[in-house]
Design a protein around this ligand. Sequence first.
Ligand code: AMP
Length: 353
Amino acid sequence: MKPFTLGILGAGQLGRMTAIAAAQLGIKSHIYAPDAAGSPAAEVAAFATTGAYDDKVALVKFAKSVDAVTSEFENVPASAMTLLSEHVPASPGAKALGVAQNRLSEKNLARELGISVPDFWAIHSDEALAAALDALQGKGVLKTTTMGYDGKGQMRVSTGDDAASIFAQMGSEELILEAFVPFAYEVSFLVGRTAGGQISHFPATQNHHENGILATSIAPADCPETVVEAGQKAAEDLASALELTGVMAMESFITKDGQLIFNEIAPRPHNSFHWTIEGCETSQFTQLARIMAGLPLGATEARGLWKMQNLLGQHMDEVPDHLHRSGRALHLYGKAEAKTDRKMGHVTWPIDG
Ligand code: AMP
């Protein structure tokens, strides 16, 4: 194998675990982020550049120092990726980022591809919100279209609520109102896609959220084969439509009668697939490193049934217990401050039977 350096935009735990997986394949990583210095990703990478996503000189220098660029963070400006791609293969490209950065765009694309989505309304004023709440006739979830994550930027609402005060509270120019989906459970899918369009599916994962934040995952998900097939096809169609090179996650709701309803996508490794490090023949991070370096796709069979639990700032006193139990794989991300709801690490273990 020729020496290969993978450029990674973003400096969090996803970049960290990608760099660790890449290193195992002899691939060096170069982290680029405004907060790279001392970050979870930079401390395990060969190189790190602290630079803004609009610093053209620094971005071009970074592009020239690497063989390919991926991003662990979908809110990188699309213009940064476009500039990088003039010098080096870079994905997710502007199209994938543009869609994944906006909840309206991702739902519109899903709908165009024939994937079921909840009823939704684009909201740009309190009048529009009042009309949409009226049309909804029930419960809904109001979300900012951009920059929302881990339950931030969203609110449960109902027909009859005071649109003007809610619109002011949300403090955003563009919102999406979604009908509340009375789901039986939540399942995410992960697809790997090579530059040549070859596809690799991971086993589906069942997720449990608390306060809008992923708490635990169990995989492979215990759901009907028809659900798995529908989800894998949807994820594959989305990744292909977005011309993605890398990995992409799709979160979905499954109703009592087994219908899959699209929630959102992330064109990067995903928290709900951290179990693949121990639980799959090839982890999501290794698959991403392979794809970016032009290596063959790895097999993705699960090695039994796995559970993953996130360790948020308020869970750090559980760490000694996990350390004392055999069979548990503890991952800490090296973040200095354990703030409430901050993802500090995760732990996985095999489930018997
Ligand atoms: P999101 O940031 O869109 O992934 O939302 C975080 C979590 O909120 C989801 O995983 C669901 O548990 C819940 N949620 C979001 N949107 C809806 C919806 N339309 N119907 C029911 N639950 C939702």
